[in-house]
Design a binder for this molecule. Structure first.
Ligand SMILES: [Ca+2]
Length: 275
């Protein structure tokens, strides 16, 4: 499914209908589509029996349900998609549910939508170099999410709920090289080389091992180029520059080379010094 413009879908059955719906598709490709103004249904659904489907560079705007949804679809990927202004009751941006194991979410950007990423009953999901802002939860697992890797994302939340990996048997999460506004995480987990930002009460409440192995900068203006406009590229002198560790990733969310300078940066954007 390539380069289509899809709009005004309004079936009154949110979870069954989407602008693009794949069920039972193996090795499919959904690339470069624009799906918008679908008031009562979602953007792109990859559902039961599908596997190894790639969802690349699609733009989803003003849909009334989930933006991109993997359900019972193992080894699929969402790469460099954008979701904007998805604001219905259950219009979460990116959703990876029930058996969609091994999902790879890279370089996606979410603004002004409900929960940016929701996970449930999945194993071995990787989120890398995503730039996600949410009014409440940014990345959340509702239950039974095991082995999630959260690498080099920028996770911003108006309610300081950037990363919630704590509910009902969510465990073995690895959180590294991110910039994030808030964390609640259940044992066992690894969380290091992250930069916590903003004036959230949670820093002093985080476990001592988290405070010891991570950074905190309350002033967003010292970290980002233009945080007022939700522009989360790094500014010169940001504490995120060169503060990361090598995670085997070779490009950032813009496709720029990683690392530049003395090592990988934190967050979704590698800082490019002016010549
Ligand atoms: Ca660097």
């Amino acid at each position: 499914m390539l380069r289509c413009d899809i709009r005004w879908c309004s079936h009154d059955s949110t979870w069954k209908h989407a602008g693009i719906f794949f069920g039972g598709v193996r090795s499919g490709l959904i690339e470069g589509n624009s799906i918008h103004d679908c008031k009562r249904c979602g953007g792109i659904y990859v559902m039961g029996g599908s596997e190894e489907v790639s969802v690349l560079r699609n733009a989803i705007r003003r849909c009334g349900y989930v933006g991109i949804w993997f359900m019972g679809a193992p080894r699929c990927q969402m790469v460099r998609n954008t979701v904007d202004d998805n604001l219905g009751t259950h219009s979460n941006a990116l959703t990876v549910y029930h058996g969609s194991d091994g999902a790879f979410l890279f370089g996606n950007r979410v603004r002004n939508s409900q929960i940016a990423v929701s996970l449930e009953k999945v194993k071995d999901v990787t989120l890398a170099y995503n730039d996600l802002h949410s009014p409440s939860y940014t990345v959340v697992s509702w239950f039974e999410t095991v082995g999630t890797r959260v690498f080099n994302n920028t996770l911003m939340s108006d309610e300081k709920k950037a990363l919630y990996l704590s509910l009902r048997d969510t465990r073995e999460s690895v959180v590294r090289n991110n910039i994030l506004e808030g964390l609640l995480i259940a044992e066992p987990y690894e969380a290091d080389h992250n930069l916590f930002v903003g004036h959230f009460q949670g820093w002093s409440n985080l476990p001592e091992k988290v405070r010891r192995n991570n950074l905190w900068e309350p002033d967003l203006a010292k970290v980002f180029a233009d945080p007022q406009k939700k522009e989360y590229r790094l500014r010169e002198g940001s504490p995120a520059v060169d503060a990361g560790v090598d995670l085997g990733l070779s490009e950032d969310c813009t496709g720029g080379k990683v690392p530049i300078g003395g090592g990988p940066d934190l967050g979704a954007y590698e800082y490019l010094p002016r010549p």
